[in-house]
Design a protein around this ligand. Structure first.
Ligand SMILES: C[S@@+](CC[C@H](N)C(=O)[O-])C[C@H]1O[C@@H](n2cnc3c(N)ncnc32)[C@H](O)[C@@H]1O
Length: 278
């Protein structure tokens, strides 16, 4: 699948009209898309550069760009709630997802995080994604395959409960583990057993009780660094002359992120020093 260059048959293209409404089409030679302002011929788009404007038979103008990964994630069908792009960005950087990394993920859900992880680990890396629900795994597989234009060779989606996974199933240890599920604390022993010393573990939870339970579980196992937790808030701005100001609406809460690293076997985590009370 092409990510740049002139449009080709098979490209997923986002058309934007004058009212900033989006419509998505998949280019086919000889194809036609019907809008309320008449038809758009796919052949008028094929071969043109991205950022081109196509005119429909009823004189409507539409700006054409390929779907970016964020466009795909926010518009694709979902079985489970997806990790939002602002949090995925945090996971990729704070989770230190590097090209060539072996990454284990659960649950695959709708496949939104899987796509970003697959891109970040690259062709020499590997992503193993567990999903306990067959219907959700089907969504994840369909969404990932559609985005990449086929099954990525570096991806192993599996139906199963992460709690039951052993290092035989993953062909040895992994460099990074990312969990997005209701009860990640139940999987902490598996994280301990599968994560390489120095490996990064991150989990994504929506509520304060979940956050507390995971943090306590990590500390109890005594094989991880002191975990840290945070959330990211993104506020868009409207920039229009004297009306420049933050947007009124924002996604004020998606979830908390928790981060820790696996210690070497047999090492007791140093106790965090707290200031003595006066
Ligand atoms: C919120 S969704 C994950 C969304 C996904 N990260 C995305 O961005 O599309 C949580 C998923 O975890 C799955 N799940 C829950 N417990 C699990 C377990 N023990 N092993 C594997 N999958 C699990 C659920 O079935 C659900 O599909």
């Amino acid at each position: 699948m092409a990510y740049s260059g002139p449009f080709q048959p098979g490209d997923r293209v986002q058309l934007t009209d004058a009212k900033r409404r989006h419509f998505t089409i998949v280019l086919e030679e000889g194809g036609q898309y019907h809008t309320h302002k008449g038809g758009i011929l796919h052949d008028d788009i094929i071969g043109k550069d991205e950022g081109t404007v196509v005119r429909s038979s009823g004189a409507g103008d539409y700006l054409c760009f390929r779907h970016l990964m964020v466009d795909h994630v926010l518009s694709m069908p979902r079985g489970a709630a997806v990790i939002y792009p602002k949090d995925t960005a945090q996971i990729l950087i704070e989770g230190d997802i590097f090209p060539g990394a072996r990454v284990l993920e659960a649950g695959a859900g709708s496949g939104a995080l899987s796509m970003a992880l697959l891109r970040a680990v690259g062709e020499k890396g590997e992503l193993i994604s567990y999903e306990i629900r067959e219907d959700h795994l089907e969504y994840a597989e369909a969404n990932v395959d559609e985005f990449f234009g086929g099954r990525p060779p570096n991806w192993t989606p599996r139906l199963g409960d992460l709690k039951e996974v052993t290092s035989e199933d993953t062909d040895g240890p992994v460099d990074r583990i990312i969990l997005d599920m209701l009860e990640p604390w139940e999987c902490l022993p598996v994280v301990r057993d599968l994560l390489i010393p120095g490996g990064v573990f991150m989990t994504y939870v929506a509520t304060v009780p979940q956050l507390m339970k995971v943090m306590e579980g990590i500390r109890e196992l005594q094989c991880f660094t002191e975990p840290k937790a945070w959330e990211s808030l993104v506020r868009e701005w409207k920039v229009e002359g004297l009306a420049t100001r933050p947007e009124h609406r924002m996604n004020a809460h998606t979830a908390f992120l928790i981060w820790t690293r696996r210690l070497a076997d047999g090492v007791t985590p140093p106790r965090p020093q707290r200031r003595a009370r006066k």
